[in-house]
Design a protein around this ligand. Sequence first.
Ligand code: HEM
Length: 305
Amino acid sequence: MKELSFLLGVPNIGDLIPSLAWVNYLNGLNARLEKNFNEIDAFLDEVIEEHIEKKKMIDDNGGHENEEEDFVDVMLRIEKDCTLGFPFARDSTKAIILDMFAAGTDTSSVSVDWAMSELLREPEIMEDVQKEVRAIAQGKLVLKDCDIEEMHYLKAVIKETIRLHPPLPLLVPRESMEYINLKGYDIPAKTRVMINAYAIARDPMSWEEPEKFWPKRFLQGGSSASVDFKGCDFQFIPFGAGTRGCPGMTFAMSVVELALANLLNRFDWSLPNGMDARYLNMEEGAGITAYRKSELLVIAKPHYI
Ligand code: HEM
């Protein structure tokens, strides 16, 4: 997935100057694409085969109708029953599974990564958010969805994290459908449009102290208390906006909140070898998803012993 993210984001001369597309044979880009495609394709074949086998076994054993279906089962059923009214072949099933995987996994995991990085750099905020989480946890070792509801500071920490580190900093490339004149600029139809959500979320015209990790800005009384990521406040669009905005937003937030709350509840965190958090490398790597350039290495000390 990391290689796929890199390949999706890497500048590709053939996209800009089609007559120079041959350069991608020389610089190895096409070979990397081919290798990544083959690996992912083989993996998806395996996943699909497993599901077909499982379904066959259930059917052979007289299967119950309400046997729980997962996402792949549903896609295979749609493919088999042709209920969509248009042809839907195996390639489409694979593309949709890959889309969900690519869009849903590393975007959520990098959010947890960046939240931990920022919290390690801000011990007071770490302490405050752990206080909130532990007060609500009341000694529980595993937190569930229902425990998170009242964790307002935790939610503000996550919002502030994806403001400073939107997992897809340039969203997903789009194409304009018709000509438009925007603030005096002529933009022809079929122009590739990239939205720099990263820069927008650090614009001093919209944000007080935009470079500062300051979750309280999103809490009641804070300077951005009413700003949310749902696509109506254009200064904060980590999930995009409009009809093609992220369909996984609610699910993603639940996953990130749950993961972070459990990490903060169960462990006390520090950097190895007494490293000074001010020197933690906060650079992003290349690719469509903003990973940390260097891996975050931390020491986890169990809180409840
Ligand atoms: C913190 C986590 C996530 C972030 C920040 C995020 C962000 C985004 C963004 C910016 C887009 C493009 C929107 C646009 O261009 O306007 C997108 C698209 C998409 N996301 Fe997410 N996403 C996250 C998690 C997820 C999850 C968990 C899923 C699914 C389980 C998911 C599924 C999708 C899909 C399928 C699309 C493509 C939509 C389309 O254009 O058809 N995302 N996401």
